[in-house]
Design a protein around this ligand. Structure first.
Ligand code: SF4
Length: 278
């Protein structure tokens, strides 16, 4: 392994330890059943979790959070129920397609699907239209408790800013980096948590389910990256000076923020120039 790879792994471990000890368990995924996790993973594509919650609340009220219920619902009714999640026609079709896959391959049993070994199941999920790596890995980790890390835009942004990955890093490269860095790490022991930590999800049947050590660590670290991205590491205005990871920045918090701002200003100047000369 190259020296740079070791440094990147050290960065990932330092980020996990710092956040886990400051913020504690994040209680992902907020759902009562594996199927509800799967529905949420599909609905959350290109929208905020708040909108997903509204769509799931509609499905719950209509008693439609099950394979047989989604199978029986007319497509137009399913579209109406999930409308708050946006792209509702496309997402309704994806839910129907998912149920058809479970019916055909696993006789309608999500539990049976989730007992399939990690890699073959990942291949099957990725073969479904509209299921990319982030959605597939969310299903595998949060519904099936398989030990796989979910990479999202927040993860990419934080690791890039902390120089653990390059700007063009691929999904698989980031996933393998985080998994290799944390493969032998145990969940952080409970201690005194930061008083200003972000609010976490209410514990749910799925967040409290028993799972292996690695799956538990990957579960937590994804939740921690989400909190970090939402509350500190925004795209245009990172709060490095008050972020729990500020001391881990290679350049220091203040200098890093100036660099982000400088890059953003340069990018916007280039765009304006390009628009003007177009
Ligand atoms: S806000 Fe700054 S210190 Fe915090 S994760 Fe982002 S880049 Fe790092």
């Amino acid at each position: 392994m190259k020296k740079r790879d070791h440094a990147a792994q050290d960065t990932v471990r330092a980020i996990y330890r710092t956040l886990a000890s400051a913020w504690g368990p994040q209680h992902w995924w907020p759902a009562e059943t594996p199927f509800e996790v799967i529905v949420g993973a599909i609905l959350t594509q290109n929208t905020s979790w708040t909108n997903v919650e509204k769509a799931i609340a509609n499905l719950r009220t209509a008693d439609a959070l099950g394979v047989e219920k989604v199978r029986a619902l007319p497509l137009l009714e399913l579209e109406r129920l999930i409308r708050p999640s946006g792209y509702f026609r496309q997402k309704a079709a994806r839910l129907k397609q998912f149920v058809a896959y479970v019916d055909e391959r696993y006789a309608g049993s999500v539990a049976s699907m989730l007992t399939t070994p990690l890699l073959p199941l990942r291949t099957e999920l990725l073969a479904l239209k509209g299921i990319g790596p982030e959605t597939a890995d969310s299903i595998l980790l949060y519904a099936g408790h398989h030990p796989i890390f979910v990479v999202d835009a927040y993860t990419r942004r934080v690791l890039e800013r902390h120089e653990a990955i390059g700007v063009n890093a691929k999904y698989e490269e980031i996933r393998v980096l985080v998994e290799s860095a944390l493969h032998d790490v145990t969940p952080a022991a409970g201690g005194e948590l930061a008083s200003n930590r972000p609010t976490v999800h209410t514990p749910s049947a799925m967040s409290m389910a028993t799972r292996g050590t690695q799956a538990q660590v990957f579960n937590e670290v994804h939740g921690l990256f989400v909190q970090l991205g939402k509350h500190y590491c925004s795209k245009s205005s990172p709060k490095c000076e008050v972020c729990p990871l500020g001391h881990l920045l290679p350049l220091g918090a203040a200098q890093h923020k100036n660099r982000v701002n400088g890059t953003l200003h340069r990018t916007s100047r280039v765009r304006k120039t390009q628009r003007a000369s177009a």
